[in-house]
Design a protein around this ligand. Structure first.
Ligand code: 0X9
Ligand code: ZN
Length: 310
């Protein structure tokens, strides 16, 4: 049971089949729902993992992958979290006792399918733009968090922010899920998986001003990076500065932090491949998902312990 592989990347159909299979095979802990439909009508499938037992002070952990379609290692990392908490639960029970997990392996399904079928480096959604031949907007520039400060109004650019805030229904669906489930609804940790660069970012993207809990965000991030490095030496930089040259206005992580009030939010820039490509070679998928899982466990433990002080 549980057909999942880390020897190659999985396409949208395979991922969907796997999620359905997990929900069918582990009904006492796993359930599958959709948080909404993409522009072209594909489900944004969310797999929830929760045990009846464990702490009453459980935290909620949300994992968002493939908001950028081309960034294929993200879904693999998300699927490994599911795999670890189901087929390998015997070794991970503590992390189901500490947390309820909400895992969205393909946040941008239309783009993901397009990146398989048409254009390996496709990043955006697939909504046509009026008056332009260029399709889609960057779903990580569509959120209602300092959106209007964005300056990318050219639909042909990969970072196009869209014609209006939440023009991308995929982003709106994520926002509508996060808002009621934010701190009041018990989500404490939000992680969005991107490539590439081996950087673990925390708020903010829209400003270099530090967020109020920057010390804990940075400390927990460094501890997670150490746990990851201990596996086989992979190094990450931990930072609140996205890039000295641009601010990603309207990104999901800032939205999760400011608007949904999730106290710990991180953007993972996972490893990439040679020659600036998004995907690590097939032989690297398994080592990458395994080392990243060690970091996830570290972050969950840190946030779980910090919870009582929030
Ligand atoms: O620009 C982005 O959307 C992300 N990088 S990527 O190369 N995957 O496109 C970075 C987003 C950074 N976000 C925050 N620091 N919140
Ligand atoms: Zn990205």
């Amino acid at each position: 049971i549980n057909y999942v592989t880390f020897e190659r990347y999985m396409d949208f159909t395979e991922i969907t089949d796997y999620l359905n299979e997990v929900a069918a095979n582990y009904p006492s802990i796993a359930s599958l729902e959709t948080i909404g439909s993409s522009f072209e009508g594909r489900p944004q499938n969310l797999l929830k993992l929760s045990s009846g037992s464990g702490s009453k002070k459980k935290i909620g952990v949300f994992i968002n992958a493939a908001i950028h379609a081309a960034e294929w290692i993200g879904p693999a990392v998300a699927l490994n979290a599911i795999h670890q908490l189901t087929a390998n639960l015997a070794n991970n029970q503590a992390f189901l006792d500490m947390a309820n997990w909400y895992i969205l392996p393909v946040a941008n399904p239309d783009g993901y399918v397009y990146s398989w079928d048409h254009d390996r480096l496709w990043r955006k959604t697939r909504r046509p733009n009026k008056g332009s031949k260029c399709v889609g907007a960057d779903p990580n520039r569509s959120f209602d968090v300092h959106w209007s400060e964005g300056r990318e109004t050219n639909p042909c650019v990969a970072f196009y922010q869209g014609p209006n805030v939440f023009s991308e229904v995929e982003s709106k669906n994520i926002a509508d899920y996060l808002i009621p489930n934010g701190l009041d609804g018990n989500l404490h940790l939000y992680m969005v998986l991107h490539t590439y660069g081996q950087v673990l970012l925390h708020p903010y993207g829209y400003t270099t001003d530090p967020p109020i809990n920057i010390n804990d965000l940075a400390l927990f991030g460094s501890e997670a990076a150490s746990a990851l490095k201990a596996v086989r030496g992979t190094k990450y930089e931990v930072s609140n500065i996205t890039n000295a040259f641009y601010h990603p206005y309207g990104n999901s992580e800032d939205f999760a932090y400011d608007q949904a009030e999730i106290p710990f939010t991180y953007t993972w820039e996972l490893p990439g491949g040679a020659e600036n490509s998004h995907d690590v070679p097939l032989s690297e998928i398994k080592p990458v998902v395994e080392e990243t899982w060690e970091a996830f466990k570290s972050l969950v433990q840190s946030v779980y312990i910090a919870r009582k002080n929030l």
